[in-house]
Design a protein around this ligand. Structure first.
Ligand SMILES: Cc1cc2nc3c(=O)[nH]c(=O)nc-3n(C[C@H](O)[C@H](O)[C@H](O)COP(=O)(O)O)c2cc1C
Length: 453
């Protein structure tokens, strides 16, 4: 959804005025903009002046649909993003200025009154589901509230955000920023050197969105997430599949992965996904961030074997990988295939991420995860190679593809490459109604559907 309905800005204006927010808007906007650092003075002054002028016109009533882009940014940065969707004005799905905890309970953006459906069905991981689009493991699926929100908007393949076997606090904020300069895809395997400032902005609905994140896989304590997960499992219908992503930690990594996977199974997970590809795990000894686990094939296989042995045979198992080069992928996949029901990828691409002044975008962490359109070609490349390895090998596995899906064409490209389901994180962040757009564009024609049961 890129444009609001006619008159939406006027109605939003009346709401903002009615709530008495106009006078404080320029101050709240500048406070949000400078929350994690200070933009160059000229940029700060220009943006502050534009929002001051907008506030003056909001007060007098001299606003129209042309003001939508600035009003959207002003309210989002001022901490009032939840006013946008009720007036049919596009909004990002997550408040990057808020904390991980604040966001867990509060999905942003529109919620459709009627869930988009096609009447057709596809197969995934031994189940029959609706249109095979979803949201992968990330903060946009961090709680029951998010799962309900996403289901209502037509996202059918939901991976509950990676949880751990003990409570784990998020990295210091900021945790997530738009990478506004990354508007095209990197080549597969290219080193990414990203410049992203915490105050960067990409308008909602943008199909060229990229983002960088460094959350560090925060997790509530198991007592908390297991209860929430059980409610989330109950909230999904027969057209959806809820997977649960888990990660182990500590010296006995495989055992901790298995223990956490068992907790997810106990809470009702039908499919467990192993996050073998996190690019944001802190490494205090090295003063930075560790490489993704799946670069180490032996350690990866040891984890997956251990988890497979621990889980009930009826629980599905998915391994989530990063983009891997030809040699690494073709050595790893034949070892994983007999152990798993599915392989997911790609995770965000671990990249050097700096502000325009050269300092790290995420304090203390030089490396962070890049995703969105910047990783579209790497995702397509990995998906094609996974599908080729599946065709060449003995054991069947489903492919859950993700990376750079921001519009129906990029969804379709991954599906046409052979993915059984396609998920979107950065694209969903920028456009919560992307699933509905894909259902509208492709619902009647997407191949490989099956008869309804
Ligand atoms: C803010 C954010 C948080 C994420 N957290 C997780 C996570 O906890 N576990 C995981 O396996 N992947 C995580 N991911 C990776 C996504 O699931 C996905 O693999 C990646 O973002 C590529 O898809 P995209 O280009 O659509 O964003 C996260 C991504 C983002 C943007």
């Amino acid at each position: 959804m890129t444009a609001s309905s006619p008159g939406a800005v006027r109605r939003l204006r009346d709401d903002v005025v009615g709530r008495g927010l106009v006078e404080g808007l320029p101050g709240a906007f500048v406070a949000g903009l400078t929350r994690f650092g200070r933009p160059p003075e000229a940029e700060l002054e220009a943006l502050g002046a534009a929002v001051t002028d907008l506030a003056r016109r909001l007060a007098s009533g001299d606003v129209g649909d042309g003001d939508q882009p600035l009003l959207t940014r002003a309210l989002y940065v001022a901490g009032q993003a939840d006013l946008l969707a009720p007036h049919d004005v596009p909004s990002p799905m997550y408040d990057v200025l808020g904390t991980f905890r604040e966001n867990l309970a509060r999905p942003l953006g529109p919620r459709l009154a009627e869930r988009p459906t096609t009447g057709r069905r596809w197969r995934l991981l031994g189940r029959t589901i609706g249109f095979p689009i979803g949201v992968p493991a990330c903060v946009l699926n961090g709680s029951e509230a998010w799962v309900r929100h996403n289901v209502a908007n037509g996202w059918n393949v939901l991976t509950y955000k990676t949880v751990r076997g003990r409570a784990h606090a998020p990295n210091e904020q900021p945790n997530w920023a738009f990478a506004a300069r990354e508007t095209a895809s990197l080549a597969p395997g290219a080193d990414a050197d990203v410049v992203a400032d915490p105050w960067d902005w990409v308008p909602p609905g943008s199909t060229t969105v990229s983002s960088v994140n460094s959350f560090g896989v925060p997790s509530p304590a198991p007592e908390e997430w297991m209860a929430d997960l059980a409610r989330a499992v109950a909230a999904v219908g027969e057209e959806q599949l809820l997977l649960v992503s888990v990660m182990g930690e500590g010296d006995d990594l495989a055992a901790d992965f298995a223990r956490t996977a068992l907790l997810a199974q106990e809470a009702g997970a039908a499919v467990v996904e192993l996050n073998l590809s996190c690019p944001n795990t802190l490494d205090r000894s090295a003063g930075g961030v560790k490489p993704p686990l799946c670069l180490d094939a032996d350690a990866t296989v040891a984890v997956v074997e251990h988890v497979r042995r621990a889980l009930d045979d009826r629980t599905g198992l998915v391994a989530k990988l990063s983009w891997l080069d030809e040699q690494r992928l073709s050595a790893l996949v034949p070892r994983l295939a007999p152990l798993v029901d599915g392989i997911a990828g790609i995770n965000t691409v671990q990249s050097r991420v700096r502000r325009s002044d050269g300092t790290p975008t995420f304090p203390g962490r030089e490396l962070a995860g890049l995703s969105g359109i910047a990783v579209r070609e790497p995702a397509l490349d990995l998906t094609r190679r996974l599908v080729a390895l599946r065709e060449a090998g003995g054991a069947h596995f489903d492919v859950l593809a993700m990376g750079g899906v921001t519009d129906p064409a990029s969804f379709e490209a991954l599906f046409a490459a052979g993915a059984d389901a396609v998920q979107s994180a950065a694209g969903a962040f920028a456009d919560p109604l992307l699933a509905a757009a894909c259902v509208a564009a492709l619902g009647d024609t997407l191949p490989r559907s099956v008869e309804a049961p």
